[in-house]
Design a protein around this ligand. Structure first.
Ligand code: 13P
Length: 389
């Protein structure tokens, strides 16, 4: 099944009163296991990458792996930047393959949170990519994901939520109603009345961070009140660690530990997909949600005499300038294999979406390169845009 649009997916979830699991992946085994768990449940799924985890892997590599795995998956998938810290982080994640982004400025004063989030929305919406914002603060308690979320709990107020959504234009809102990141100490207490009031005040899909440790009945109560996306990580990491440790302590090889970790993650993703009500929805989502489409912008061309001796320099400058444009995913230059080719060169430019192509055509960096170098020195050219199936 193809990648699907995250806005369609979460609207479908909210309308049909279920939630999609957004599972943070930290290596290729997680990607594999998250998809296998979702496939076992026939559930749509979101593979997330949290910027705070980038210290542990090469994000460009893992986003690419997720994109490739998602294309082959038997369930609808979205790829998401979780807790990005800046506009630049959102641009980079979109370049690597995200079709939804969160920029988390919830620890900043409200005015800064609004300004940062608004800037991300302006950039991402021009590419047709939806944005999650967070208002209130979901802290950490202990365990795998807790130390990345230092600070005190601040609950989301319904009135502020309404203003925040209007001021930023976010598509989904992460709320703080008592969950914490990481492992919980004792029984979690959720402010469900507050959640209901937030859902009343804003009609968009709500998001819960800190899914680990909640009771099944609590998940149901959250979903009943408008939650359509549940972020879940620490329980997967703990299950993987425990399974791997069992193998290693027994003296079995590293590959057995990896297999055991994958199986444990897969089981937890399948279980939670059922708890969230996402199980069995894959086909309905596929019918209701638009697939995510990338665009290939191809230019076949010949350098003119005026470029003689400077071709490589012009090509390198073009690659650098065009790759910096938000929504551009890859820029490659090709040279014809055969001497008699009608066109000797090709630019292959992969864009995140058809909207990204429109934004690219207006972008100052692209226009500068086109006006100053490409058009004057490559008059003989052919341009084609293809939607990737
Ligand atoms: P947990 O690690 O508590 O499941 O939280 C994950 C999360 O909210 C990531 O954004």
């Amino acid at each position: 099944m193809p990648l699907v649009r995250l806005d369609d997916l979460l609207r479908h979830a909210r309308a049909h009163r279920y939630a999609v699991g957004a599972y943070d992946a930290v290596d290729a085994h997680f990607i594999d296991a998250i998809l296998a768990g979702a496939e076992a449940a026939q559930a749509p799924v979101i593979i997330s990458f949290a910027e705070s985890h980038y210290a542990h892997y090469d994000p460009a590599l893992l986003f690419a792996a997720a994109r490739d795995a998602a294309r082959r998956a038997a369930v609808p998938v979205a790829i998401f930047l979780d807790h990005g810290a800046s506009l630049e982080a959102a641009v980079a994640a979109i370049r690597w393959g995200a079709n939804g982004v969160m920029v988390d400025a919830s620890h900043l004063p409200d005015a800064e949170n609004v300004a940062t989030t608004r800037a991300v929305v302006d950039m991402a919406h021009a590419l047709d990519i939806p944005v999650e914002g967070e208002l209130g603060y979901v802290p950490g308690v202990e365990g795998e994901d807790a130390q990345r979320h230092a600070g005190a709990l601040r609950l989301t107020s319904p009135e502020e939520a309404k203003d925040f959504v209007a001021a930023t234009g976010v598509d989904f809102l992460a709320v703080s109603v008592g969950t914490v990141h990481g492992r919980l100490r004792g029984a979690p207490r959720l402010d469900l009345e507050r959640l209901a009031a937030i859902a009343e005040a804003v009609s968009l899909p709500l998001v819960i961070h800190g899914g680990t440790g909640l009771l099944d009945t609590q998940f149901h109560a959250l979903i009943e009140r408008g939650v359509a996306k549940i972020n879940y990580y620490t329980a997967l990491a703990d299950a993987a660690a425990q399974a791997a440790q069992g193998e290693l302590v027994a003296g079995r090889p590293w590959t057995s530990a990896l297999d055991a970790a994958r199986a444990a993650i897969r089981k937890e993703v399948e279980r939670t997909s059922r708890v969230f009500g996402a199980a069995g929805r894959a086909q309905a989502v596929r019918e209701a949600c638009r697939p995510w489409r990338e665009l290939e912008h191809l230019i076949l061309f010949n350098w003119s005499e005026t470029a003689s001796g400077r071709e490589a320099e012009f090509e390198e400058e073009g690659r650098r300038a065009l790759l910096a444009v938000p929504g551009v995913r890859e820029v490659d230059i090709g040279e014809a294999l055969h001497e008699n080719a009608r066109y000797r060169r090709a630019w292959f430019i992969r864009l995140a979406s058809p909207a990204a192509e429109a934004a690219y055509m207006r972008d100052a960096r692209h226009l500068d390169y086109a006006d100053r170098i490409f058009r004057p020195h490559a008059a003989d050219r052919l341009k084609i845009d293809y939607i990737r199936r």
